[in-house]
Design a protein around this ligand. Structure first.
Ligand SMILES: C[S@@+](CC[C@H](N)C(=O)[O-])C[C@H]1O[C@@H](n2cnc3c(N)ncnc32)[C@H](O)[C@@H]1O
Length: 331
């Protein structure tokens, strides 16, 4: 029987979407992309290099081919271009530790109840003082900010900006400070985050040889004073999605006050089009915030424009990046 009507293929793939998380996470756990990049091109060779079973190697390779991350020609395997760029260990923008982190993602079975309730069922994951949740997350997500921080630096001309001072609110791993202080040897940076997270950031900044120009403020960014007219550039990266509208406006107003006249706020987040038709990653990520935060979500361009204007910024511009994130510059 032939039919030109719809088929269940796409729906079968979506229902089994957890296979993608599992296959990419398992491959990253065994450095499969790194071994392929170093020349392994058969299941047998990969198994020997990675110290895994040949049956397991063949199964993971089959899964990666189905996901489009590995290509097979005449029985020889190779990374697809995006896997080579973003899943090989040791590259600054490598997402392999993020892929391993996501293997342990819990809570999907709660989602129907979370959707009914409109928020997390019990332990709120993001709104907890000195939150241990972030310890496992911040270094794994740092790679996502590497290309974005470089683009923002280029747009703002940070490398040649001289003695600037930077404030990074919820800076996490310290990745923005690390990249920007290396680019500009006269810049100084201050990160506001929970104490245990700032300790992680100090290690990264020390590894990068720029710890002498990096300070930390330990505390809650809702209640901590940001100071007045102190900073040339401020960063708010991957924070707006965990906050509700009122808190975002309040924090943007504190950031406006902390910036010198003419200073720039850089917001980085998964920003939704005004008609909520895309981009796909930003639309999907809202479910993560429904599961894990009381008021978070992925916000529209119009929301950011409105909130930043209410907070006293006069010039707001958006820059899509070659990642799921959008940069917002406000002056
Ligand atoms: C998603 S991470 C973003 C890290 C970093 N900005 C980036 O883009 O890679 C969120 C960060 O905000 C911090 N954070 C969340 N709520 C906070 C609060 N109320 N006060 C201070 N820091 C907070 C977390 O500890 C974590 O480092």
């Amino acid at each position: 029987m032939t039919s030109n009507g719809p088929t269940p293929d796409r729906i079968m793939q979506l229902i089994n979407g957890y296979w993608a998380t599992g296959i990419v996470g398992a491959a990253a756990s065994h450095s499969v992309f790194t071994h392929l990049e170093c020349g392994a091109d058969t299941a047998e060779d990969l198994a020997a290099r990675a110290g895994i079973s040949e049956r397991g190697a063949q199964t993971v390779l089959d899964g990666l081919v189905s996901l489009g991350l590995v290509e097979v020609r005449a029985g020889r395997y190779a990374n697809a271009a995006d896997a080579a760029a973003f899943l090989v260990d040791g590259k600054p923008a490598s997402l392999s530790s993020f892929a391993r982190l996501k293997l342990g993602h819990a809570g999907m079975a709660d989602l129907p109840d979370v959707v009914r309730k409109g928020g997390p069922l019990s332990d709120v994951v993001v709104e907890v003082k000195d939150n241990p949740h972030w310890k496992g997350v911040v270094t794994a997500i740092a790679a996502q900010s590497v290309p974005v921080a470089a683009i923002a630096a280029e747009t703002l001309g940070l490398a040649g900006a001289g003695e600037i001072s930077i404030l990074d609110v919820g800076g996490g791993s310290g990745i923005y400070s690390a990249i920007w202080l290396r680019l500009n040897p006269a810049a100084r940076s201050t990160q506001l985050d929970w104490r245990p997270i700032n300790a992680i950031a100090r290690e990264l900044l020390a590894d990068q040889g720029v710890a002498d120009r990096f300070d930390c403020i330990d505390g809650d960014f809702h209640t901590t004073d940001f100071g007045t007219a102190r900073y040339d550039v401020a960063v708010y990266s991957h924070i707006a999605h965990q906050e509700g509208p009122e808190d975002n406006v309040a924090i943007f107003a504190k950031l406006r006050g902390a910036l010198k006249p003419g200073g720039t706020l850089v917001v980085n987040d998964y920003v939704v089009d005004d008609d909520r038709s895309g981009p796909p990653f930003a639309l999907t990520f809202a479910s993560e915030m429904l599961l894990k935060s009381k008021q978070g979500g992925t916000w529209r361009r119009a929301d950011y424009h409105d909130w930043l204007t209410k907070a006293g910024f006069e010039d707001v511009s958006f820059q899509r990046t070659p990642s799921p994130a959008t940069l917002i510059f406000a002056r």
